[in-house]
Design a protein around this ligand. Structure first.
Ligand code: F6P
Length: 324
C-alpha cells in the first residue's frame, strides 16, 4: 500500500473529524500518502480529491461534522457509477480505502472492494448506534450528551408548569439514543422502534406515574417509533389521558452537531489508528469496532449480515424499574 483514500459518507456524526485525523496521521507515520475524498461516493465518482498532510487535519479533533463533507449517492449503486469511481481512484494512485459511515457506506465499500479488488476498512460513524460489530458507533455518546442536556432543560420547565412533555429524538430505525438518553435523563417512559409499545400501554404507564404523585413527566419518543412520532403519540395520548397540560419538543438535527465528547474523540482516534494498521497487516473488508474496552475488527460480511443490532434488554428493564 502506498496511498490511502479516506472518506465520510451518509449522515455525519461528531467524531468523524477525529477519525479522519487519526487515519491521516497514522498513515503518515508509516510513510504512506493520503488522499481525502470529498462528499463520499459522490466525490469518488467526480474525482473530488485532495492530498492530505499532517497540517491538513490540524485543529479538527474537536470539531463536529466532517471536513471531508458527506453525501448519499444513488449513482454509486450502479455498475457504471462504480466504474467511474474506480477510474478516478486508480488515476490518483489510491490503493486502499478507509470508509467512515453507517451500513449504507459499508455496503458500498464491500461491493466496490469485491469488484475492483481494492482493500477497504470501515469505521462505524453514526449517532444512531445501530451497527453490528461494535458496542458503540462514533457520535453516539456526543448525541446522547446533547439530548440529555436538552431533557434536563425541558424538565425544569415541565416541573414548573406540571406538564407532560413528549420529546422526540433521532433514530429512524433505532431506539439507541432514546433508550440511553431516556435512562440518563430520567424519563417516565421511552417509545422505541424495537419495542412497538401500544398507546394504551403507554397510557397505563402514565396513569401509574400519576398515581405515584408525579406532577410532571417526560416521555422520550424515538423518531422511528411505530406510532408515528411525538406529535402523533401526544395527540393520541391526550384523547384518553388528559390530566396534564401536554407539550411536544422535537430535537431534530441539533443532535447531529457539536464538539465530540472525550469518549468519541478517543474512540475515533483508536479506530482510525486501528483501521490503517489493519490495512497494513493485509486485512480488508472489515469494520473496526469496540467490544468491551478492546478495539476489534469484524468482517463486513458478518457485520452486514448481523444487521439486526439488538438493544440492551437489561437497560430497558432498568428504565422501567427506575420509575417506581
Ligand atoms: O444520522 C442518523 C440519522 O440521524 C437518523 O436517525 C435520521 O433519521 C437521519 O439520520 C436523518 O438524516 P438526513 O436528515 O441527513 O437524511
Amino acid at each position: 500500500i502506498r496511498r490511502i483514500g479516506v472518506y465520510t459518507s451518509g449522515g455525519d456524526a461528531p467524531g468523524m473529524n477525529a477519525a479522519i485525523r487519526a487515519v491521516v496521521r497514522t498513515a503518515l507515520y508509516h510513510d504512506l500518502e493520503v488522499t481525502g475524498i470529498f462528499r463520499g461516493y459522490e466525490g469518488m465518482i467526480e474525482g473530488d480529491f485532495k492530498n492530505l498532510v499532517s497540517r491538513s487535519v490540524s485543529s479538527i479533533l474537536q470539531k463536529g461534522g466532517t471536513m471531508l463533507k458527506s453525501a448519499r449517492c444513488p449513482e454509486f449503486r450502479t455498475v457504471e457509477g462504480r466504474k467511474k469511481a474506480y477510474e478516478n481512484i486508480k488515476a490518483a494512485g489510491i490503493d486502499a480505502l478507509v470508509a467512515i459511515g453507517g451500513d449504507g457506506t459499508f455496503t458500498g465499500a464491500q461491493i466496490f472492494s469485491n469488484e475492483y479488488n481494492i482493500p477497504v476498512m470501515c469505521i462505524p460513524g453514526t449517532i444512531d448506534n445501530d451497527l453490528a460489530g461494535t458496542d458503540y458507533t462514533l457520535g453516539f455518546d456526543t448525541a446522547n450528551n446533547t439530548v440529555i442536556e436538552s431533557i434536563d432543560k425541558i424538565k425544569d420547565t415541565a416541573a414548573s408548569h406540571n406538564r407532560l412533555f413528549f420529546v422526540e429524538v433521532m433514530g429512524r430505525d433505532s431506539g439507541s439514543i432514546a433508550l440511553y438518553a431516556g435512562v440518563a435523563g430520567g424519563a417516565e417512559a421511552i417509545m422505541l422502534p424495537e419495542k412497538d409499545t401500544a398507546i394504551d400501554e403507554l397510557i397505563e404507564m402514565l396513569e401509574v406515574a400519576k398515581e405515584r404523585n408525579k406532577t410532571s413527566m417526560i416521555v422520550i419518543v424515538a423518531e422511528g417509533d411505530k406510532n408515528g412520532g411525538a406529535y402523533n403519540v401526544a395527540k393520541r395520548v391526550k384523547e384518553k389521558f388528559d390530566f396534564y397540560d401536554t407539550k411536544v419538543s422535537i430535537l431534530g438535527h441539533l443532535q447531529r452537531g457539536g464538539s465530540p465528547s472525550s469518549f468519541d474523540r478517543i474512540l475515533a482516534t483508536r479506530m482510525g489508528y486501528f483501521a490503517v494498521n489493519e490495512l497494513l497487516s493485509g486485512n480488508s473488508q472489515g469494520t473496526v469496532g469496540i467490544r468491551g474496552s478492546k478495539i476489534t475488527s469484524t468482517s463486513l460480511e458478518d457485520a452486514l449480515k448481523g444487521k439486526e443490532f439488538k438493544l440492551d434488554e437489561e437497560l430497558i428493564t432498568i428504565s422501567e424499574v427506575m420509575n417506581i
